[in-house]
Design a protein around this ligand. Structure first.
Ligand SMILES: Nc1nc2c(ncn2[C@@H]2O[C@H](COP(=O)(O)OP(=O)(O)OP(=O)(O)O)[C@@H](O)[C@H]2O)c(=O)[nH]1
Ligand SMILES: [Mg+2]
Length: 243
């Protein structure tokens, strides 16, 4: 196993140094790729400085804010070209704590997609208001009704994917550039017959910095779910069942 941990960043200067340090403590065998979209707060520059002292840290610098989905896709391509396996994605604001990496990486030896899950026993959310809870549970419920993934948390992107699976799926066909990317990529994995496992995580509200989620993104995400469902009907693919 030669794991790559992808952390996408937009204005995460206050988090990135401690995040990288903690990732490399929890997963010393891993390399870390920060995919930064020219953050105005200088996240990319800070990563460049940290790279002079840490050879396991890499930066993929993009010219501007192009969305979380394409950041992850570009990071995946970078990792596949260099032979990393598995490829793990996480938020860079400590909502996805690196302490869960050992369980996620261990699980990815068994499953093609290993998910850090809020909605299985032992998992949960901390410091979330009622709106956020309803939004998250609601979008998981809509996904379940429309697509029936065999997992309980399909809207988070704390995941490890096996490289062979990522090579198999048509990543270029993914249309979502923002948050609904996580469901679209899971759908492609599902259609490719991927096995999926979950390990509990407690999702904490961001440690520092500003939230970037917008109402527009939420509507777009729901639109994506309906589009994927419609494709399934056309392709004659039936929803899966939770294990
Ligand atoms: N490279 C890149 N990273 C992004 C972009 N948008 C968000 N991110 C990063 O993706 C991760 C998740 O985004 P967040 O803003 O934390 O989204 P969220 O968790 O839904 O919302 P909050 O935690 O409330 O802000 C964070 O590490 C962000 O810095 C983007 O356009 N490009
Ligand atoms: Mg966040």
């Amino acid at each position: 196993m030669r794991p790559l941990i992808i952390a996408s960043t937009y204005n995460e200067r206050d988090n990135i140094e401690s995040l990288v340090r903690e990732i490399l403590i929890q997963a010393p065998q891993a390399n870390v790729l920060v995919v930064d979209d020219n953050s105005p707060d200088g996240t990319g520059q800070l990563v460049r400085e940290l790279m002079t002292k840490e050879s396991r840290l890499h930066l993929l610098a993009r010219p501007g804010k192009l969305g979380l989905g394409t950041a992850i896709l570009d990071g995946m391509r970078w990792g596949l070209e260099r032979g990393y396996d598995p490829i793990c994605t996480m938020d860079a604001d400590f909502s996805h704590h690196p302490k869960y990496l050992p369980a996620i990486l261990e699980g990815s030896k068994k499953y093609d997609v290993m998910i850090g899950s809020r909605y299985i026993p032992g998992g949960g959310t901390r410091n979330w208001g009622i709106h956020r809870k309803i939004l998250s549970k609601g979008s998981n419920l809509v996904s379940w009704i429309l697509l029936g993934f065999p997992v309980h948390d399909c809207t988070g992107c704390y995941r490890a994917y096996r490289a062979d699976l990522l090579r198999k799926i048509d990543r270029d066909s993914i249309k979502s550039s923002g948050y609904s990317f996580v469901e679209e990529v899971l759908e492609l994995c599902y259609r490719a017959g991927a096995t999926m496992g979950e390990t509990p995580i407690i999702f904490e509200d961001r440690r520092a910095g500003q939230s970037k989620i917008s109402k527009k993104e939420i509507f777009r995400a729901v639109g994506t779910l309906f589009r994927l469902r419609w494709q399934r009907i056309r392709l004659g693919i039936r929803p899966g069942r939770r294990s």
